[in-house]
Design a protein around this ligand. Sequence first.
Ligand code: SAJ
Length: 444
Amino acid sequence: MTVSNQSLDAVRELAQNSQARLAVIGLGYVGLPVAAMFAKVGFNVIGVDVKADRIATINAGRNPMEGNEPGLAELLAEVTQSGRLRATTDYADLRDVDIVLIDVETPVDEQNQPRYVALRTACQSLGPVLKAGALIIVESTIAPGTIERVVCPALEEASGKRLNADFFLGACPERVMPGKLLANLRRMSRVCGGSTPETAQAMIALYRHIVEADLDPADCVTAELTKTAENAYRDVNIAFANELALICEASGGDFLRVRELVNKSPGRNVLLAGGGVGGHCIPKDPWLLAYGAQGRAAIRLIPAARAVNEAMPGHVAQLVADLLAQSGSELATARILVLGYAYLEDSDDTRHSPSAALVAHLSGRGAEVVVHDPWVREYQGDLLAKAKGCDAAVIMVSHTAYKTLDLLALKGALRFPILVDARRIVDPAQAQTAGWRYRAIGLK
Ligand code: SAJ
């Protein structure tokens, strides 16, 4: 048995028996719940983050995360209390760690190219203290080929060790969603991409402690492809819904009715058109998938879908402009009320929010904008008070609270009865009867 297999067996054994010393680098919305869940099942976990204030908050047993994450605050308090989870900014604390999970941010830049500064820094900081025989698993979403072209060279250079001889590598992309972090970690299947088949098996032995769903062995590039493809798939499908909605507007159809009838056909599942696509993953991951092709494949559909989705806020702004024109007014002199700033219904998460793009479009055309969102602290407040003096209202997010909106009171507060519904939560017939000048995504 070679040294490496021996040490990999040892790591797998330790993982199986929850004896492995574990580290999680990056204590954000993925790393922190993961660290806490492994601590909960008995591992000794060291969490590493660059933000000293976040470290202090965690070590004090408090949850540094914004938003409503069921169970996370209690779990954190428990595992920091028991000493199973300890947070630090000091990589030297990782000297004896057997398994390292990397959960740092992997954004794309303005040219939609991945920016791996945080990932490289984590590898460069970990290298010098890396224990022989350790297993490093990247959970962050990365472009296909990143383990091979970025992570492995960075670790080998920083540690002087060699892959599959002195350390092992894996990719196990997370499938979390804000608001369901702990639930998704338990219930969503995961691809365990290992630098060798035995490494994948060792990863499965580890994740079996916290994942109830399938743990599928694979190689690293398959894991990288799967994660970025699942989100690119969603983006392309949302883009189809959006483009169909634009065609319905132009041709006199009602997108929701057409969608309902299309989806009666077996194997069809048209998603929902809307005011745009936001969030931390869907707008970014298609670019990571495309990047993985390294210019060796013709990439047409993914950029086109991104363009369709990114154009939706501008389309909403145009619907507002058209209705104002019918009232003899224009955006340049108007004040517009935007209802909803989060990127998703009943969430306070505003990352890559389509509403932010809408506000930019409206302001760019001279309008003054007032924002209301019951979930986003900065925009909470009395909706009707915010509506007073506004010329028109736009519904951008289908928050549950907006589904029981007092449309009569809203109409009374606005200067013009103008309503643009980007999430189709108002019944067009009712709007018409109530005297609204009403436009909606996907409706003529
Ligand atoms: N959206 C539409 N039409 C749709 C669906 C979504 O316009 O039919 C918009 C939403 O309004 C939002 C954006 O797209 O602005 C993203 O929505 P999402 O439902 O995809 O929510 P996310 O961004 O939290 O996506 C995550 C992803 N999960 C992970 O990355 C682990 C995604 O793969 C999941 O499908 C999604 O959660 C989910 O529904 O669980």
